[in-house]
Design a protein around this ligand. Structure first.
Ligand SMILES: Cc1cc2nc3c(=O)[nH]c(=O)nc-3n(C[C@H](O)[C@H](O)[C@H](O)COP(=O)(O)OP(=O)(O)OC[C@H]3O[C@@H](n4cnc5c(N)ncnc54)[C@H](O)[C@@H]3O)c2cc1C
Length: 301
């Protein structure tokens, strides 16, 4: 029996992930995507395309709905990009499907019907290879790790799915966005703040700069724990992974767990008042200064 790979991107396609799945299991790639991405899905190798819109912003409800769909389709490998939303959906879905889930993979292979999942462990110091024993194998994949490769599917099957739940009682009607601007994992410019920013108001200044540059705001775990920024902004081992063209690290010391999420950045600019801060070892450009002086100047420019 051919392994079918189902990719869940209900809020936006990850073309690289679809290309990778199509290389692993040609002709048996199913995707769940918003309608605007249907053409792209076929272009990168999906042949079973399900479009969905008006999903509730509630991860629990989305997971319950997807459970019914996946059991219906009989998919045995279920993948999703490691976005903040899907990182919250996938563990719930894995629980409903009694499936093993590997988070944050950077490489995937198929050996027969077994999915071989590779992911960094212990702060990126070694790579773990993981096989899942359950009949359904699930993984989230770091965004941007697989390059998109066109492989046009000429006659994909496209169907529209309606969100409907046969179980569940709590309804979340709306979710207010914590931040504006580009989605963090896909942003080309990231303005990141750490504990050195010192306050929520300080982060509002960083967010203004990120918006001016058409980029996204990010934070260290220290800053998130201090309540300066929402968890959705956290970059690092236990947050989002980013690969922007420019990463501006402001008031960030450069802990290994933070670097794990931003080491794929093309250029790193660091602003820190301590000339011995480890972040300077990773920066292409370092500015030893008080963060506010520098950011005020950049906002004026
Ligand atoms: C299991 C585990 C998982 C973790 N996961 C993550 C993760 O995903 N992401 C993450 O970020 N961290 C993570 N951490 C935490 C990590 O180890 C660090 O504690 C954290 O990254 C430090 O955040 P920071 O750089 O903001 O704070 P600090 O280390 O306190 O650094 C603050 C910096 O600000 C500078 N500064 C102070 N005042 C100013 C000023 N006025 N102007 C300019 N600079 C100034 C200081 O010189 C200092 O370098 C994890 C830790 C563990 C144990």
């Amino acid at each position: 029996m051919k392994t079918e790979i189902c990719i869940l991107c209900p809020y936006g396609i990850d073309p690289g992930l679809v290309s990778k799945a199509s290389a692993l299991a040609p002709g048996t790639v199913r995707v769940v995507i918003p309608p605007r991405d249907a053409e792209k899905a076929a272009r990168y190798g999906a042949n079973l395309i399900h479009t969905v819109e008006d999903l509730p912003p509630d991860e629990g409800q989305v997971a319950l709905w997807l459970k019914e769909k996946i059991l219906n389709w009989g998919s045995t490998v279920v993948l999703a990009p490691a976005t903040v939303f899907m990182r919250n959906v996938m563990p719930r879905l894995a629980h409903h499907l009694k499936a093993g889930l590997t988070a944050d993979c950077t490489q995937l292979q198929l050996e027969g019907e077994k999915l071989i999942q590779t992911r960094p462990a212990f702060g990126n110091s070694l790579m773990a290879t993981i096989r899942t024993c359950s009949p359904i194998q699930m993984a989230t994949v770091r965004t941007g790790v697989f390059p998109p490769e066109e492989k046009k599917i000429l006659n994909p099957t496209v169907s529209r799915e309606a969100f409907h739940l046969s179980e569940g009682s709590v309804t979340l009607r709306a979710l207010l966005r914590d931040t504006e601007g580009a989605p963090l994992s896909q942003a080309e410019i990231v303005v990141a703040g750490g504990v050195g920013i010192g306050s929520r108001e300080g982060f509002q200044k960083l967010e203004r700069l990120a918006n001016q540059w058409g980029g996204a705001l990010a934070a260290t775990r220290g800053a998130v724990d201090a309540g300066f920024a929402p968890y959705a902004c956290q970059v690092g081992m236990t947050g989002v992974t980013v690969c922007p063209k420019v990463y501006l690290a402001v008031g960030i010391s450069g802990a290994v767990q933070h670097l794990a999420g931003m080491s794929g950045s093309e250029k790193v600019i660091a602003v820190n008042s301590d000339p011995k801060a480890p972040i300077f070892d990773y920066a292409d450009l370092g500015i030893v200064a008080d963060w506010e002086t520098v950011i005020d100047q950049l906002l004026e420019e």
